[in-house]
Design a protein. Structure first.
Ligand SMILES: Cc1ncc(COP(=O)(O)O)c(C=O)c1O
Length: 397
């Protein structure tokens, strides 16, 4: 069967491979502890589900404007302004089918064939894949746990060529949970302006920041930087709405108009019912969101301490999102009953087979040596998962 090269050479998402394996085992009745998933375990708050039911009853079941209904785009503008002080007009906001789609629209709108997009590693697996889909070239900047997995202005400067069009910043980060401080962002912003780059600032985890960390949104740094920023936001993570498929992009109106054109030809509007639910999500009482954030923070504390108590495991504490990214490399080269652990993928497969615990290997995020462990699951599951990981690691020698 003929398949176009672009799709033939595309890799399956590494995270999906692992969660697929976990689902397969669960379907066989095996009690798998899934620490691989990138979605909250909470149900969508009732007030949001009620708003969706009302939208259907009110007959909001037809096509909407391709870029999303005006009341939602207005609500997004207010939601962003209340959070970071940055003002966006309705024609500077587009609603898409999840933040992943927002990112696709963005890249398709700003990248011409052969242009380079800088991606700090470890990265969310979808970034390189999307850059390749739009015929751009991903250029990676490696970071280490010593720098809290953040790039420096010097590293950024060194990675820029005359083909560089954009930098993707994931802040807070999936997979590491690290968050840039305002001054770190300002130093990056200076290089961005000097080189006339776009910054795709993926802030989908912006509402999940812990320890009173003072979060700075990239477009809030200066009016000049706002002009160069494409802000990606959404309801999937902070409102536990992954299945509703609503993402937001805020940027200069010419860019948004380009994305609107693209979206109108590709998908038309995002789900009408989800759009009405999203208005309630971001405009209604936010106490449920705060409850979820506090629960995540408690789990994070537990996981951080428990991981560091395991022999040979080193974890930094995350400031945001719902992942830790500990170093497991001291187990590489060891084996158990003929199974040798050469790298993080082997370790992930070993942990599923031996302990029935699903984690995601650092290699899929471009950072060998580490494992991504999500705490978007109950405390009981985390405790059981840690116990099983410890037992399985103890069998390696
Ligand atoms: C960093 C990051 N950006 C965007 C997304 C996509 O979110 P959505 O479900 O809204 O498409 C994810 C989901 O895993 C993510 O981790």
């Amino acid at each position: 069967m003929y398949i176009a090269t672009k799709v033939k050479t595309m890799e399956f998402s590494g995270t999906m491979q692992i969660s697929g394996k976990a689902k397969e085992l669960k379907a066989q009745g095996i009690n798998v502890i899934d620490l691989s998933v990138g979605e909250p375990d909470f149900p969508t708050p009732q007030r949001i589900k009620d708003a969706a039911i009302k939208a259907m009853e009110d007959g909001h079941t037809g096509y909407t404007m391709a870029a999303g209904i005006v009341p939602l785009r207005k609500a997004v503008g207010k939601w962003i302004k209340d959070f970071s002080g940055v003002e966006y007009a309705v024609n500077e906001i587009i609603v898409s089918n999840g933040a992943k789609h927002s990112l696709y629209n963005t890249l398709q709108t700003i990248i011409d064939v052969g242009e380079e997009v800088i991606i700090p590693a470890p990265y969310w697996v979808t970034y390189p894949a999307l850059v390749k889909i739009v015929d751009g070239i991903p250029v990676y900047i490696d970071t280490t746990s010593e720098s809290d997995f953040k790039i420096t202005p010097e590293q950024l400067k060194a990675a820029i060529t005359d083909k560089t069009r954009a930098l993707i910043l994931c802040n807070p980060s999936n997979p590491t949970g690290s968050v840039y401080s305002k001054s770190e962002l300002e130093a990056i912003g200076k290089i961005v302006l000097e080189n006339d780059l776009y910054v795709i600032s993926d802030e989908i985890y912006s509402r999940l920041v812990y320890d009173d960390f003072e979060y700075a949104s990239f477009p809030s740094l200066s009016p000049e930087l706002k002009k160069k920023t494409i802000l990606i936001e959404g309801v999937s993570k902070s409102y536990s709405m992954t299945g509703w498929r609503i993402g937001f992009t805020a940027a200069d109106k010419e860019l948004i108009s380009g994305m609107g054109k693209l979206q109108s030809q590709m998908t038309s509007n995002p789900c009408s019912i989800s759009q009405y639910a999203a208005i309630e999500a971001i405009s209604g009482l936010q106490s449920d969101v705060e409850e979820m954030r506090k629960t995540f923070s408690g789990r994070r504390e537990y996981l951080f301490n428990a991981l560091n108590k395991i022999d040979g495991v080193k974890a930094e504490n995350a400031k945001g999102a719902f992942y830790l990214f500990p170093d497991f490399s001291s187990y590489f080269g060891k084996s158990n009953a003929g199974t040798k652990i050469e790298g993080s993928m082997d370790l992930a497969m070993y942990l599923i087979a031996e302990a029935q615990v699903a984690t995601v290997p650092g290699s899929v995020f471009g950072a060998e040596g580490f494992m991504r462990i999500a705490y978007a699951t109950s405390m009981e599951n985390l405790e059981e998962g840690i116990k099983r990981i410890k037992e399985a690691l103890n069998k390696l020698s």
